[in-house]
Design a protein around this ligand. Structure first.
Ligand code: SAM
Ligand code: SF4
Length: 370
């Protein structure tokens, strides 16, 4: 039996911890919970819900960071257009295909093509790359390329792309406008774009950063409620990591909050958010993120997997490009070869009594363990 857990109170063994039972004040209570014993109940409940709904398999998605060009000026991100000193790169089709073949050899079910919002990645060129990946490897293809026009998204879906990842970053509209400025004449509305992606037939993933300067408790609770309302197939949550060469990192852009009102960007906050995400969205695929592994290199990935997550994204990007994809400083796994990354992750997954999943590992509706 799964415990229904009440922050600051006694465990109640009568009802299962289904997400729909968590009200806003309960979510807020858990986000602010500091008692180790109570938090242990939260981890256990998230782990039990994970096991029931998505099983013990950990799905590996090979990440290929195909370009670090970006037209956006996000206040948090080291790839922002304003970072003139960053050397830019765009991988060739042959390089991307070689990574996809490597993913198949390693037994991964999916490749994720990620980049800045780079219009040097043209629709026809990428559609060809997607078609080659599909016909030559049969892998699931996930795209994460920013806010591209609908026609291009339709084109890539037709070429065989299966999923799209686009974090809405925060559900707080004022904070979003501050940290993620619109482009001239093109207001940024990532939530609306998620609905359009769904209509085009993509599996849809989103997520947020935890501890963005200016992010309050209510705003993070709202993020969690949005995950459920949007019925997301994949949900990535990781810590905000300050980059000194960005306006949020330097403090040039800020929305000051009293110390007690600011959500901290700590490891513990991320675990609480991952665990609550699992309780609220039992069927979703939830990665244990690289950003989490960056703030706890020793055991961040494992602890994420033990507190609700069921996906890991090993890096396949050729070593020469990795350090140029510098969204935040000190990123984990920047110097390891793709082989070393996959060996290391397999060992870590097996060491916690889980196994590597086979096949594409898409969302399965209906809740049976698999
Ligand atoms: N350009 C695409 C987009 O914005 O969706 C995909 C690439 S972008 C680098 C992927 C994610 O990195 C963003 O959605 C954001 O959540 C995360 N990210 C960027 N800067 C970050 C930072 N300083 N700390 C933590 N995560 C960050
Ligand atoms: Fe570009 Fe994405 Fe970074 Fe924003 S988060 S600057 S869109 S790469």
């Amino acid at each position: 039996m799964i415990l229904r857990i009440v922050p600051g109170g006694d465990a109640d063994t009568e009802a299962p911890a289904q997400g729909r039972l968590l009200r806003r004040e309960e979510v807020l209570g858990w986000l602010r919970e500091e008692d180790q014993g109570r938090l242990e109940l939260l981890w256990q409940a998230a782990d039990a819900v994970r096991r029931t709904h998505v099983g013990d398999a950990v799905h590996l998605r090979g990440l290929i960071e195909i370009s670090n060009y970006c037209v956006r000026q996000c206040g948090y991100c080291g790839l922002r257009a304003g970072r003139r000193e960053l050397e830019r790169y765009r991988m060739t089709a042959a390089e991307i295909l070689a990574c996809a073949h490597q993913a198949r050899l390693f037994g991964y079910g999916t490749v994720v093509l990620q980049s800045g919002e780079d219009y040097g990645i043209t629709p026809g060129w990428l559609a060809d790359v997607i078609r080659h990946i599909k016909t030559e490897t049969g892998l699931a293809v996930t795209l994460s390329l920013g806010e591209r026009p609908d026609g291009e998204l339709a084109n890539w879906r037709e070429a065989g792309a299966d999923r799209y990842l686009l974090r809405f970053e925060t559900s707080d509209p004022e904070l979003y406008r501050l940290i993620h400025p619109s482009l001239p004449g093109r207001p940024s509305d990532r939530v609306a774009m998620l609905a359009r992606l769904r209509n085009l037939g993509y599996e849809v993933g989103s997520g947020v950063m935890v501890g963005i300067p200016g992010q309050g408790w209510d705003s993070l609770a709202g993020d969690l409620e949005s995950f459920r309302a949007l019925d997301l197939d994949m949900i990535g949550v990781g810590p905000y990591i300050s980059h000194p060469a960005t306006p949020l990192g330097s403090g040039d852009w800020r929305r000051p909050l009293p110390v007690d009102a600011q959500v901290p960007n700590t490891e513990l906050m991320v675990y609480k958010t991952v665990a609550l995400t699992r309780l609220l969205c039992p069927e979703a695929n939830i990665p244990s993120t690289t950003a989490l592994a960056t703030i706890n290199r020793e055991s961040g990935r494992e602890l994420g997997l033990m507190r609700g997550a069921n996906v890991v994204m090993p890096n396949l990007t050729p070593l020469g490009y990795r350090e140029k994809y510098e969204i935040y400083p000190g990123k984990a796994c920047i110097n390891e070869t793709a082989e070393a990354c996959q060996m290391c992750l397999r060992q870590r997954i097996e060491a916690i009594g889980r196994h590597v999943g086979s096949g594409p590992g898409g969302r399965r509706r209906g809740g049976a363990g698999w």
